[in-house]
Write a protein that binds this ligand. Sequence first.
Ligand code: GLN
Length: 505
Amino acid sequence: MSSAFTSMTVAELQSALQDGATAAGVTEAYLDRIAAEDDALGSYLHVDPEAALARARDIDSAGTAGTGLSGVPVALKDVVVTEGVPTTSGSRILEGWKPPYDATVAARLKTAGTVLLGKTNMDEFAMGSSTENSAYRVTRNPWDPERIPGGSSGGSSAAVAGGLSPWAIGTDTGGSIRQPAALTGLVGHKPTYGSVSRYGLIAFSSSLDQAGPMARTVLDAALLHEAIGGHDPLDSTSIDAPMPVLAECARRGAEGDLSGLRIGVVRELGGEGHADGYEPGVLSRVAEAVALLESMGAEVREISCPAFDLALPAYYLIAPSEASSNLARFDGVRYGLRVGDDGQRELDEVMALTREQGFGAEVKRRIILGTYALSSGYYEAYYGQAQKVRTLISRNFSAAFDDVDVLVSPTTPTVAFPIGARVDDPVAMYAADLCTLPASLAGVPAISVPCGLSDGLPVGLQIMAPALADDRCYQVAAALEAAQDAARGSRFLDQLPVQTVEGLR
Ligand code: GLN
């Protein structure tokens, strides 16, 4: 099914709605496309067409469509709790659970008048880099259906790149917004830790988890971020500071003047002596993007952040440790699945059976790893050491930001890999996060913006900024997006599968 609406940016959809298009018409276009394509693409776990249409009609009756985000459809990663709407976090253990409340992110989007299209597929409890750890279905990359769409927010990335939603919410603990965005040609931003509420996100690693926007353009990502961000008293780690103005920054960035901006290229992320495992095509696109930023007046230098070399082992101790505590709540008593409750068995036996059947292999691996790292006698050697590395990484960032305004790197070392290629090799899977982990551990904002293709597949440039300087990420990303489009003579957006792939139209 083809519709002009499904290939528009959100900024264009807003104009269409202001010019008389109806929220129901826009919603229907997306629902038609989901019906036609999603059996093959696998981007959604739950879609309720009647509910979406009813909501859109209500907005049309109220006459608000086109005001702000009113009437614009949205998809939410299934880790975001939605009142009365099934929420599984990609796990069997939550199958059938209908939450009694909305996450703050979901509530704010509702208040803004968006229409929920559905909940998107993800790696179970957001643990993974390919969405292959979902307990429910495989998600394909719309650029090449034999490849993964990234993860863990791979349902969101596939849906937006394939035109099954104009934009989507993802979550990022170690890269799960930025990496899938990079692998599907989208813009994805991980906000400063604490600047978007975690209330109602099913917790994976609470000191790292952050929700953020995935969109087809930098401006759209900024608009979505503005709708969900800002202080929330329901999240104890929420920062009580004014939100930086983001959409305005994206618009200003697109004007392309970067004079005075100092950019640091991180040596440890693909630079000399650190390029093992990085594809040459990825490094070339990134180098070209940096040269383009320089041509707009930015001053570029290489920056060394030695502790970044230890980000991967540190993350894979800290995140599983926190997960082993967070996931203890899934006991077969309070939510979702319960196995073996026949009135005869002891409670702990029912819990064990429920967890045995309810959790997938990767989740069990993380719980075991995390429990071990926190156990008495090993705590200092593993968890304690990892926390020290985390501190060193933060110090590397602080020192770097004394000298430069932003740091850049590839978003991920390779383009999208084939489905199945890394499922039996967890360490190879973890390597997809090499570039995204430092910003996660330090809590600083980072955006991934498309910077061209390698072998016909998208490459992302990561731009990292100091805490609370999310606006800088958007400004530089918008400058790059505009300059690349101008050099190409066409919008990158027009190369997305939603526009070009047969069957995905
Ligand atoms: N791929 C990383 C992991 O498996 C990061 C996941 C995420 O950011 N949610 O932990």
